[in-house]
Write a protein that binds this ligand. Structure first.
Ligand SMILES: Cc1cc2nc3c(=O)[nH]c(=O)nc-3n(C[C@H](O)[C@H](O)[C@H](O)COP(=O)(O)OP(=O)(O)OC[C@H]3O[C@@H](n4cnc5c(N)ncnc54)[C@H](O)[C@@H]3O)c2cc1C
Length: 198
């Protein structure tokens, strides 16, 4: 799975600070290093609306549709995903569960090859992509571009980096968290500290 940060609000913490200080009319207190302290106070107070003024966009590729189905449940996130109607899945790639024992990998691969033949059979019998895909597995690899504001990213990361989350979405969200943290340490630092191993 590849997680690529393709766009982010420039100087996001300064934008968040400016928005928050507009509430309190304290723009005169905005200094070179004041954003981190203020953002810490906002998070403690639960005043999270200023975080909505910063956005990020990621391209996620080589993940399973089992993972993407969980991710797209987050309704405040914008999503574009590779279509199984407009793009054929002949020779589809797939994700092998990390939890699969090494001795079972060949059998899993054989199952995927069987499904590939089933898909090809129904295509050959005249089914369109949109209906031939009914036989495809959740393991099928997909690609998405997602965008959300920082408040929503904090919400997603808190839920999906938890030890209760499934391994693949936890891995995706941990990678996004690290990249977001590099640009906005005050916004995402507490989440990075509490996130378990991906
Ligand atoms: C560990 C785990 C297990 C899960 N298991 C299942 C499962 O078995 N079955 C299943 O169906 N789902 C499951 N889910 C998905 C879960 O139910 C949510 O759909 C998903 O986490 C999206 O969360 P959300 O609605 O808070 O987020 P978002 O859609 O990202 O929304 C963010 C926040 O905005 C607010 N919001 C958004 N839309 C509305 C609205 N229409 N009305 C009011 N407030 C709104 C809420 O405060 C919400 O928390 C699971 C999630 C996790 C993390």
């Amino acid at each position: 799975m590849q997680i690529e940060l393709i766009a982010i609000t420039p100087e996001p913490e300064q934008v968040i600070e400016l928005a928050a200080r507009t509430c309190y009319q304290s723009q005169d207190l905005q200094e070179r290093d004041s954003a981190g302290v203020l953002i810490g106070k906002l998070l403690t107070m639960g005043h999270e609306t200023p975080l909505e003024h910063a956005y990020a966009t990621f391209r996620i590729s080589g993940c399973s549709r089992a993972m993407s189905h969980q991710l797209v449940r987050h309704r405040l996130m914008a999503v574009c995903q590779k279509s199984q109607r407009y793009v054929t899945e002949e020779n589809f790639e797939y994700v092998t569960p990390l939890t699969l024992a090494a001795e079972d990998r060949a059998e899993f691969a054989a199952d995927m090859a069987t499904i590939g033949r089933m898909y090809g059979k129904w295509k050959a019998r005249g089914l369109r992509n949109e209906d031939a895909r009914f036989v495809l597995p959740n393991a099928c690899a997909t690609e998405l571009v997602i965008s959300a504001n920082f408040r929503e990213f904090r919400h997603i990361i808190a839920l999906r980096c938890s030890r209760h989350a499934q391994w693949e979405i936890r891995s995706a969200c941990t990678q996004m968290l690290k990249q977001l943290h590099a640009h906005a340490p005050a916004v995402f630092g507490d989440l990075l500290e509490s996130a378990g191993p991906s």
